[in-house]
Design a protein around this ligand. Structure first.
Ligand code: NDP
Length: 375
């Protein structure tokens, strides 16, 4: 049995080394859904460094950043990052493959990879500066990859990594929360019915926090189903006033931004280390519109101004960002396999219908995740 498995893994590995083309959805320019193009001749990734892991994609999922990147969001900063990775050899960033989540099977590994072997079922969040998962194959570094929870199908698993990595980075690094300090914490999630929200509710409940959320009336069943304690319908009236009648919070995670960044910090317990963390930041949009230097400086100034103003009121104001982190996904995998976190898949599209999946996501009102079954 061991010899047979070894041969199977060896042949998977050899096969991947030979494959030079693959099927993928690519974009050759920025724009609306019309720029998405299916091809069977995309350049297949290969093992180019010792810590690379090559994954055959079984399922992917879409995030708001895919819609935004299709239209050029972050192009300047992301191109800089890509150029640094390829030492400035690429004049153009195109063709770009979108798709930030993958669940699949390892087909090849670099010589220095220690945690994975061909045949392993894995999941990962693909950083926006790397080629995405709307493709047959994706290549990531070992540090970005994690063993997929065995209790989930690939389509279920693909709904989790990007929102999980974002939520964990925001709640832990920016919000100061963790599995050991949540028992007496009150957390407010603004915009809880989408991907990040439905994951964050479950994570915070697994850590023992009290979770209040805002969402539309028709999402109440969903958010209560995944554990929300208190639910405020933001469509029913003055949501800030309604939330102001509740006991104050230790952390606010804002998935909506805009006006909420002005009223939500007032809902925090002052002078107690409480934090407002927003995922809706102007950094990439500013560098797109003003260039790297001016956009970066303006964003930094805006952040420090708001941060100082909030500090004077006794609360912290922070930006949250997605961060690639395979070991963090290992922890999430355990929470999933012990039933503490469930995937929330709203819709699954076949690979042939990727543009329809984009259209669905672009329509807004997500209730969990939109997943693509790749093969
Ligand atoms: P989704 O599209 O999955 O979910 C957004 C949810 O917010 C929808 O369910 C929507 O439903 C709800 N919503 C919209 N307006 C409001 C409102 N005023 N009050 C309460 N709920 C509202 O997005 P994600 O969960 O994946 O991401 C959330 C945000 O975080 C996005 O803006 C995304 O771009 C950002 N993000 C940022 C990252 C970073 O690195 N900074 C990384 C990942 C995400 P309905 O309209 O029906 O109420």
């Amino acid at each position: 049995h061991t010899i047979l498995m070894g041969r199977l893994k060896g042949s998977l590995s050899a096969f991947s080394r030979l494959q030079s083309n693959m099927s993928a959805w690519v974009i050759d320019e920025y724009g609306n859904n019309g720029v998405l193009r299916f091809t069977e001749e995309a350049t297949a990734p290969s093992i180019s460094s010792g810590d690379d892991v090559l994954i055959r994609v079984h399922a992917a999922s879409l995030n708001p950043i895919d819609i935004a990147m299709r239209a050029g969001y972050g192009s300047i900063l992301l191109k800089l990052r890509r150029d640094l990775m390829s030492l400035g050899q690429n004049a153009s960033e195109f063709p770009i493959i979108l798709g930030r989540d993958v669940s699949g099977v390892v087909v090849d590994c670099g010589s220095g990879v220690t945690h994975f072997t061909p045949g392993d079922e894995v999941w990962a969040a693909v950083p926006p500066w790397k080629q995405g998962s709307l493709a047959e194959l994706v290549s990531l570094s070992e540090y970005e990859v994690s063993h997929k929870p065995s209790s989930l199908s690939h389509t279920e698993a693909a709904s989790v990594p990007y929102v999980a990595s974002t939520a964990l980075s925001a709640l832990v690094n920016a919000g100061g929360l963790g599995r050991d300090n949540c028992a007496d914490k009150r957390v407010l999630i603004i915009g809880a019915s989408g991907g990040v929200g439905t994951f964050s509710i479950q994570l915070l409940k697994a850590w023992g926090a009290h979770v209040t959320v805002t969402c539309s009336h028709n999402a109440e069943g969903l958010v209560r189903g995944v554990g929300a304690d208190d639910v405020v319908d933001y469509t029913a009236g003055d949501v800030a006033a309604e939330l102001g009648r509740l006991e104050k919070f230790d952390v606010v995670l804002d998935n909506v931004g805009g006006g909420s960044e002005h009223w939500a910090p007032d809902l925090l317990k002052a002078w107690s280390g409480a934090k407002y963390v927003t995922l809706v930041t102007p950094l990439l949009a500013n560098t797109d519109s003003m260039g790297l230097l001016e956009g970066g400086v303006r964003s930094g100034l805006a952040l420090s101004q708001v941060a100082v103003k909030n500090m004077c009121n006794g609360v912290f104001y922070r930006w949250g960002f997605y961060a690639p982190d395979g070991p963090v996904l290992d922890d999430v995998s355990r929470l999933v396999d012990t039933g503490k976190i469930l995937p929330v898949v709203e819709a699954t599209f076949p690979f042939a219908q990727v543009p329809l999946a984009f259209q669905k996501l672009e329509g807004g009102h997500a209730r969990g995740k939109t997943v693509i079954s790749v093969n």
